[in-house]
Design a protein around this ligand. Structure first.
Ligand code: SAM
Ligand code: DTB
Ligand code: SF4
Length: 330
C-alpha cells in the first residue's frame, strides 16, 4: 500500500539506532543553554530543517476524561486532592461524550486525541472503559493518546492491544528537583512506566515542565535525561507552568520567556527526530513568543480551547497565527 504524503507526515519518525546516538551530559546541554540566544536558535533551526518540514505543525487535542481527586501531591497540579484549588471532581466521562469531543476535535483539524485521567494509575476496572474509548476514537480516524499515570504489569499490553498510538507520561523535572515538587511517587516509578510502554511498542510521549523555580542546570538535566532514554520519546511536550491558585507552586517566579525558548531549542538539538510540543502555557504567551518557539524547533501543539483543567488559546486564534506565519497543520 502506498501512503499519501499527508499520511507520511503523520508517521512518527523512525527512532535512531542507539549505537549512532550521542549521549548528552548535563554539562553539554547546559552549554547549549549558555550560547548567545541567536546562535542557539539558529542551530536549533538548522537541526530542525535537517529532519522536518519547518512549516508543518502536528496538532493534538486534549480532553480530561476523569477530573480531580487525585491521590498524588504534584505541586503544580490543579487535580491533586491534597490541594485546595476549588476544582470540581468528576467521574470517568461516558463514552458518548468522549466521542462527541473527539469528533469535534477532528472536524477542527486535530490529528491526535489525548485523553487524560487524574489517577496515580488506573485500577484494572478503570482500564476497561478507557480501552473502549481508545478503540472507538481510533475508528473516527484519529491517532490516540492517553495519560493515565503509572501502569501496572499487563496494563501496557492491554493498551497496545486496543491499538493505542501514544502514551503520555512526563519525567517532569530534573532528578535533583523532583522531590521538591512531588513526594508521593518517584522519578524511578515514572521511568518504570515508560519502560513498560516502550516494551509493548506504544509510542512514548514524555517531557516536562519548566518555570517551577528550577535552575538552568536543572532544566538542562531534564532535557538530558529525556534525550538519553534508551530510545528518545517520539513526542516531547515542554510545558510552561500554568500557575494554579491553591497549588504549592502558585506564586513561583515567572520564567524569562527567552529561557523557555532556549529549553525548546535544547530539546530540538538533543532529540532531532522527535516532535517537540509547545504545550501548557500558550494562553499566557504572545504570538511573537510562540513564533520564536516554532523557530527554535517546536513542531507540535495542543489545539482547542481547553487543556485538561485550564484554558488554551481558541482554535481561531491559532488558525490566524498559522496563516500569519505560513505554517500548516499535519
Ligand atoms: N495523572 C497523570 C500523570 O500525572 O501522568 C496524567 C495527567 S497529568 C495532569 C499530565 C502532565 O501535565 C503532568 O505530568 C505535567 O507535566 C502537566 N501539567 C499538569 N499540570 C500542569 C500545570 N499546571 N502547568 C503545566 N503543566 C502541567
Ligand atoms: C502534557 O505534557 N501537558 C498536557 C498533557 N501532557 C496531558 C497537560 C497540561 C495540563 C495543564 C494544566 C491543566 O490544564 O490542568
Ligand atoms: Fe495526579 Fe497527574 Fe496531577 Fe500528579 S500530575 S496530581 S499524578 S493528575
Amino acid at each position: 500500500m502506498t501512503m499519501t504524503s499527508a499520511a507520511l507526515d503523520r508517521q512518527p519518525p523512525a527512532a535512531p539506532a542507539t549505537a549512532e546516538r550521542k549521549r548528552w551530559t548535563v554539562a553539554e546541554v547546559q552549554a547549549l543553554f549558555e550560547q548567545p540566544f541567536f546562535d542557539l536558535v539558529y542551530r536549533a533551526q538548522q537541526v530542525h530543517r535537517e529532519h522536518f518540514d519547518p512549516h508543518a505543525i502536528q496538532r493534538s487535542t486534549l480532553l480530561s476524561i476523569k477530573t480531580g481527586g487525585c491521590s498524588e501531591d504534584c505541586g503544580y497540579c490543579s487535580q491533586s486532592a491534597r490541594h485546595d484549588t476549588g476544582l470540581e471532581r468528576e467521574r470517568l466521562m461516558a463514552l458518548e461524550q468522549v466521542l462527541d469531543n473527539a469528533r469535534a476535535a477532528k472536524a477542527r483539524g486535530a490529528t491526535r486525541f489525548c485523553m487524560g485521567a487524574a489517577w496515580r494509575g488506573p485500577k484494572d476496572k478503570d482500564l476497561e472503559p478507557v480501552l473502549k474509548m481508545v478503540r472507538e476514537v481510533k475508528k473516527l480516524g484519529l491517532q490516540t493518546c492517553v495519560t493515565l499515570g503509572m501502569l501496572k504489569d499487563g496494563q501496557a499490553e492491554q493498551l497496545a492491544q486496543a491499538g493505542l498510538d501514544y502514551y503520555n507520561h512526563n519525567l517532569d523535572t530534573a532528578p535533583d528537583f523532583y522531590g521538591q515538587v512531588i513526594t508521593t511517587h518517584s522519578l524511578q516509578d515514572r521511568l518504570d512506566t515508560l519502560d513498560k510502554v516502550r516494551g509493548v511498542g506504544i509510542n512514548v510521549c514524555s517531557g516536562g515542565i519548566v518555570g517551577m523555580g528550577e535552575s538552568r542546570p536543572q532544566r538542562a538535566a531534564l532535557i538530558a535525561q529525556l534525550a538519553n532514554l534508551p530510545t528518545p520519546p517520539e513526542s516531547v511536550p515542554i510545558n510552561n507552568l500554568v500557575q494554579i491558585p491553591g497549588t504549592p507552586l502558585a506564586g513561583a517566579g515567572q520564567l524569562d520567556p527567552f529561557e523557555f525558548v532556549r529549553t525548546i531549542a535544547a530539546a530540538r538539538i538533543t532529540m532531532p527526530r522527535s516532535f517537540v510540543r509547545l504545550s501548557a502555557g500558550r494562553e499566557q504567551m504572545s504570538d511573537e513568543l510562540q513564533a520564536l518557539c516554532f523557530m527554535a524547533g517546536a513542531n507540535s501543539m495542543f489545539y482547542g480551547e481547553r487543556l485538561l483543567t485550564t484554558d488554551n488559546p481558541d482554535a481561531d486564534r491559532d488558525d490566524r497565527l498559522f496563516e500569519r506565519l505560513g505554517l500548516r497543520a499535519v
